[in-house]
Design a protein around this ligand. Structure first.
Ligand SMILES: [Zn+2]
Length: 115
């Protein structure tokens, strides 16, 4: 379950950030996760709870914004969203497409209580 190591890195960042701001508690964390980031959201929530235990982020609310997979067609230049893993252009049927979003995995916001 690689979600655990992802959560460990996230907690590391949060704790480092929080210690600079003399934070007593982290109340919520907002993550941005692309549909194609290869992360299972259920596992992510589960792993987060375990990894956050005993840190400033223990009990923090985990908010996850998902980013749909969006691509651009190299043939006709249109942007569209992929559905049902059909990797060809929805407009001209060209297979020459590139991913423009949907692979992100980042921390968008950290809410903290300061002392
Ligand atoms: Zn096209």
């Amino acid at each position: 379950m690689h979600e655990v190591s992802i959560c460990e890195s996230i907690i590391d960042i949060i704790v480092e950030h929080a210690s600079r701001e003399s934070t007593s508690r982290v109340t919520s964390i907002r993550l941005k996760i692309g549909e194609m980031a290869g992360v299972a959201l259920d596992s992510m929530r589960f792993a987060f709870e375990i990894v956050a235990k005993g840190t400033l982020a223990e009990g923090a609310e985990l908010i996850i914004d998902t980013v749909p997979l969006a691509v651009r067609c190299r043939s006709c230049g249109r942007n569209f969203q992929i559905t049902n893993y059909a990797f060809s252009c929805a407009h001209c049927d060209s297979p020459e497409i590139e991913v423009v979003s949907g692979r992100e995995l980042c921390i968008e916001e950290i809410d903290m209580e300061t002392t």
